[in-house]
Ligand binder design. Structure first.
Ligand code: 5CA
Length: 445
């Protein structure tokens, strides 16, 4: 993409309404525009990152054996009356009446709808286990939408639902989600720690939240510092193996890590004092096992091996896709702007032309642009006729992890400059070598 042809409405002033750094940076970098309280338009740069995050979530869900689908945003109230949650959900639910006077709602989550799909289309235990998921917009009329996309009213969520014959099978589905989430967040450059939590309006006994440590997080968390040394990395796990998933679960959840809702001071005090940490965290996902809560209420049964109907064991598993943009920025920025992890960056590399209009500099930038494009990478080329300082400031603000600076002086010696946004370190090298180096970084992700 050539910046002269892109739509990147960066703001010079720091918007006063934004209280936390990720919200400020998303507005300044031209990623989002508020349309009404807690509801945002995703401008091209923000939309690109949102799509990148969505893609990682999809890939990791499919890797775990889960099946993508899509359910609507608008739901009929009838299903929610059946489950008993129509009244229980309270004012957070946006209720709508259509022209036939039917009660509708903008879905805050989809347990009822998926249970209805399941009961109307699945009748035998032979069709189990089954895990379906979708990535769809949700609406919760939060009393205090704030911090930009972090606590929106309209937000994008991945929500997945498992259907199993037995409690043991459903707990395996729970563990499988936990493992797949570890890999998902790490691919986005995040450390998200699974912590024992409270199930709230979704219900159920077993639940973990995934928290990214950040001072601006809304949850208070208590944990054993040893947890932050754990890395999942690129481990290839057999998701069908109960033992393999169980082993990862034990590795990542055996140390003390709880949100304030489930915090137990006495247990926490058993952690050696020098390892006890009290901090704040951003909840980027939550997994639940709730047994037959919905299948009982909505009569979702299958014919068991003995021919008798059995209520299916279920769980639901959410990832805050749009919230993740805020969480990643909170975890990765400096005073000049965003620092995107390679896994989610909107463009792979920035090309800054120090002297647009200079025939040699223009030609060298075009050649770099072509080389990256041929390798399947997306460069953002700042071809505008602007001062170098302004171009650097824009690149730093929007946070591409790598920048190549091209100027007539370097070109005389056959070199360009490759700069890491994270470390600020630069090296001078021939253009082909700069391309090869950037390509290798992305190839190794
Ligand atoms: N049905 C279950 C799991 S599919 C569910 O709704 N879980 S949840 O309530 O925990 O939401 C899942 C994730 O969505 C949360 O972990 C959080 O990351 C994100 N989320 C929840 N509320 C908001 C909000 N108001 N704005 C942005 N993201 C949100």
């Amino acid at each position: 993409m050539r910046l002269s042809r892109y739509f990147l409405p960066v703001l010079k002033e720091t918007p006063s309404e934004a209280q936390i750094v990720s919200h400020r940076l998303m507005l300044r970098a031209g990623m989002i525009k508020q349309s009404s309280a807690g509801i945002y338009s995703w401008l091209p740069l923000g939309f690109k990152v949102l799509k990148n995050i969505e893609k990682i979530v999809h890939e990791e869900q499919v890797r775990a054996g889960h099946i993508p689908m899509l359910m609507p945003t608008l739901q009929s109230a009838d299903l929610w009356k059946e489950s008993g949650r129509y009244d229980a959900y309270g004012p957070e639910m946006l209720r709508i009446r259509d022209r036939q006077d039917r009660d509708m709602l903008y879905g805050p989550t989809n347990e009822e709808m998926i249970t209805d799909i399941f009961r109307s289309r699945v009748s035998s235990y032979k069709d189990l286990p089954l895990t379906l998921y979708h990535i769809q917009w949700k609406f919760r009329d939060e009393i205090r939408p704030r911090f930009g996309v972090m606590r929106g009213r309209e937000f994008l969520m991945k929500d997945g639902y498992n259907f199993d014959l037995t409690k043991e099978d459903a707990l395996h589905a729970y563990n499988r989600h936990l493992v797949s989430y570890l890999r998902t967040y790490e691919r986005m450059g995040l450390q998200a720690i699974p912590m024992r939590a409270d199930s709230g309006p979704i219900g159920g006994d077993d639940t973990h939240e995934f928290l990214v440590l950040a001072d601006t997080g809304e949850s208070e968390v208590f944990y054993d510092a040893e947890i932050t040394d754990l890395k999942f990395g690129k481990r290839e796990i057999d998701y069908d193996s109960v033992e393999a998933c169980q082993a990862v679960l034990e590795e990542f959840t055996s140390r003390y890590a709880r949100t304030d809702e489930t915090h137990d001071e006495a247990l926490f005090n058993e952690v050696p004092e020098e390892r006890r940490r009290v901090a704040r965290g951003i909840e980027v996902g939550q997994i639940f096992y709730f047994g037959t809560k919905y299948s009982d209420a909505m009569n979702a049964t299958v014919q068991g091996p003995d021919g008798k109907p059995v209520a299916v064991h279920m769980g639901s598993h959410g990832i805050g896709v749009s919230r993740l943009l805020g969480a990643i920025i909170e975890a990765s920025h400096d005073d000049k702007g965003i620092i995107w992890p390679e896994g989610v960056t909107p463009f792979h590399v920035g090309i800054v032309n120090l002297k647009s209009g200079d025939a040699e500099a223009d030609a060298a930038c075009e050649a770099l642009y072509d080389s990256f494009t041929k390798l399947g990478l997306e460069p953002l080329y700042d071809d505008r006729n602007e001062r170098a300082g302004g171009k650097f400031a824009t690149m730093d603000l929007i946070g591409l992890p790598w920048r190549i600076t091209v100027g007539p002086r370097g070109l005389k010696n056959g070199i360009v400059e490759l700069t890491s946004r994270r470390t600020g370190e630069s090296e001078e090298l021939p253009p082909e070598e700069a391309v090869a180096k950037v390509a290798a970084i992305y190839a190794n992700l």
